[in-house]
Ligand binder design. Structure first.
Ligand SMILES: Nc1ncnc2c1ncn2[C@@H]1O[C@H](COP(=O)(O)OP(=O)(O)OP(=O)(O)O)[C@@H](O)[C@H]1O
Ligand SMILES: [Mg+2]
Length: 290
């Protein structure tokens, strides 16, 4: 596979704030690459430097091996974290307006179909629900039939159903072979959609790989969780995490026997396979959603 986008020693300072600190990675063509991390990790700053929107303090981004040039924005589609849509015009008019900005166009009917906009074409932008608005923004990123699509937190603020609907739109775009760079702080979203992820924290990339590989590398077994109780001691090998305790176990039988033996209450016990949320906690010591 070949790299479509390469980042070399990308760094961004905003005055005293070092938002992105010397990061390097590559995105393979046709993959969905996820940039994950908590609020303020540096995701938007990174993606905007990769989009050629924000000038790096140092380092560079290369598109197909070359510095981002004048035709770059014809070849990519961008969905910003915050976008103001023109008031008093309809979804259909918005699509036409954006389409007119590009020399290459995708059949508008296809874009409408992919993003399920057929029923709301005549609706004023101001009247759209959160999910409909995100679908329109995705459509606007597709009007020029881009090779690569940048999506900055496309599902933040959506309810779980709308988020799942949006995932299926992204799956459709993936199937067409387009490369996707997605930022999110929903680990579940990354696990569903991303072929490869980079986890960011305080401007650094602290882990990068295929999600499954990352989990195999860092965990062995399952995670047993119990609510934290003041009135009982922390069992051996358990760690307190906010309002719960966690035990990493390779043998659930003996872990549970051990807990029962020490008289720990098992009410509220749960067991799960480690996920990216657990990985983030392990790598940073803090919970992503905290
Ligand atoms: N224009 C700016 N001027 C000063 N500081 C900024 C600016 N933009 C971002 N920052 C700071 O840079 C850091 C990274 O911000 P960034 O928006 O890239 O984070 P993020 O990972 O996208 O967060 P979120 O999940 O909240 O969108 C933060 O500490 C932020 O306050
Ligand atoms: Mg952001």
């Amino acid at each position: 596979m070949s790299s479509i986008l390469t980042v070399e020693n990308l760094t961004k300072n905003y005055g005293n704030v070092l938002a992105v600190d010397d990061i390097s990675f590559e995105i393979e063509k046709g993959l969905c690459f996820g940039l994950l991390g908590p609020n303020g990790a540096g995701k938007t700053t990174t993606i905007e430097m990769m989009e050629g929107i924000l000038k790096p303090s140092s380092g560079r981004a290369l598109f197909k091996g070359k510095p981002i040039g004048p035709h770059f924005h014809e070849r990519v589609g961008i969905q910003f974290q915050n976008t103001a849509l023109q008031d008093f015009i309809t979804v259909e008019e918005t699509l036409k307006l954006f389409s007119a900005l590009y020399s290459t166009h995708r059949d508008p009917e296809e874009v409408i179909e992919i993003c399920s906009l057929g029923d709301i074409l005549k609706r004023d932008n101001r009247k759209l629900s959160g999910g409909q608005r995100q679908r329109l923004l995705l459509a606007l990123a597709l009007v020029n039939d881009p090779e690569m699509v940048f999506l900055d937190e496309p599902t933040t603020g959506l309810d779980p159903q709308a988020r799942r609907n949006f995932w299926s739109l992204i799956e459709k775009i993936k199937k067409e072979g387009k490369t996707i760079l997605l930022t999110t702080h929903y680990m579940e979203e990354a696990e569903v959609l991303c072929d490869e992820v980079a986890i960011m924290d305080h401007g650094h990339i602290i882990a990068r790989d295929v999600p499954d590989n990352l989990l195999k590398e860092h965990f062995d077994g399952v995670i047993v969780q119990l609510p934290w109780r003041e009135d009982q001691p922390l069992p051996e090998s358990a760690k307190r995490v906010n309002d719960r305790i966690e035990i990493h176990s390779r043998d659930v039988d003996s872990t549970l026997h051990g807990l029962i033996h020490t008289g720990v209450h098992l009410n509220g016990l749960s067991i799960h396979s480690p996920d990216l949320e657990d990985l983030f906690l392990k790598l940073t010591g803090s919970s992503l959603r905290a």
